[in-house]
Ligand binder design. Structure first.
Ligand SMILES: N[C@@H](CCC(=O)N[C@@H](CS)C(=O)NCC(=O)O)C(=O)O
Length: 264
């Protein structure tokens, strides 16, 4: 069980900067009672929304290295959302090959990620990330609907190509076609899917691209071609974000995780 302590100072910083800001106004002035009480209320609101207990989240445990985070891209998506929102969290590592009784009781499908929000366990990364954005809107991460599905076919075409045993079955071409559309979108609208700021669609796609990058290099000696430079620079940008580095799986777990699909 690991706790993200790196986030706690952020909460403290956010609170102390609120106090400083309020001090700059008239919390200590003698002649503006109305502004004084307004600012006290603002401080209380700020305190109640930014100082919170760590959120409990069930994550996939590593299958190669005890105590490490495993290779679930849906889990990483949720962790990235928590990191980008500077929310403290407490990870409960679940061995998916040997699920604990208490986990099976609270997780109807036995899947991770699973997070406790308002005293209820919530499953599914789509539902979780949307709920987090509603409950903790700072910063807002939702992607506008017209851009939300950009890149959404990359993962399935990657899996098709990874599993393929026939070089001429069109699966490589299908993946290249999705990567090319994405490359063109980023060239015109980048650096992120929705422009200059990272949003929910990037946090969903990034972990999947990480799997693509590692698994195709290992099992097919394949990498994104140089003819797709915006695709490549997008991957580099996402993979080097602090939040990504902090929440990524070990490459050996990604490789081990895909082995049954490749061999099957
Ligand atoms: N649609 C779900 C998919 C979650 C999912 O498939 N999680 C996998 C791990 S990556 C899992 O828990 N599988 C259960 C198992 O392996 O027993 C989401 O977006 O959260």
């Amino acid at each position: 069980m690991a706790m993200s302590t790196a986030n706690l100072p952020t909460t403290a910083i956010s609170l102390s900067s609120s106090i400083k800001t309020l001090g700059r106004f008239s919390l200590f002035s003698n002649n503006s009672h109305k502004i004084k009480s307004f600012n006290r209320r603002a401080l209380l609101v700020k305190m109640s929304s930014s100082v919170s207990d760590p959120l409990e989240i069930c994550v996939k445990a590593s299958i190669t290295t005890p105590g490490k985070l495993g290779d679930c891209p849906f889990t990483q998506r949720v962790l990235l959302t928590l990191e980008e929102k500077h929310l403290p969290y407490d990870m409960k590592m679940i061995d998916l090959a040997n699920k604990p009784e208490w986990f099976l009781k609270v997780s109807p499908e036995g899947k991770v990620p699973l997070i406790k929000l308002d005293d209820k366990w919530l499953a599914d990364s789509d539902v979780i990330t949307q709920s987090l954005d509603e409950k903790y809107p700072d910063p807002p991460l939702s992607t506008p609907p017209e851009k939300a599905s950009i890149g959404s076919k990359i993962f399935s075409t990657f899996i098709g190509f990874l599993k393929s045993k026939d070089q001429s079955d069109g699966t490589e071409q299908a993946l290249l076609s999705e990567l090319t559309s994405f490359n063109d979108h980023i060239e015109k609208n980048g650096p992120f899917i929705n422009g200059k700021d990272v949003s929910a669609a990037d946090l969903a796609l990034g972990p999947k691209l990480y799997h693509l990058d590692i698994a195709l290099a290992h099992y097919k000696q394949w990498s994104v071609p140089a003819s797709l430079p915006y695709m490549k620079s997008y991957m580099e940008k996402i993979f080097t974000m602090d939040s990504f580095i902090k929440t990524r799986a070990l490459p050996e777990d990604v490789i081990a995780g895909w082995r049954p699909k490749v061999m099957g």
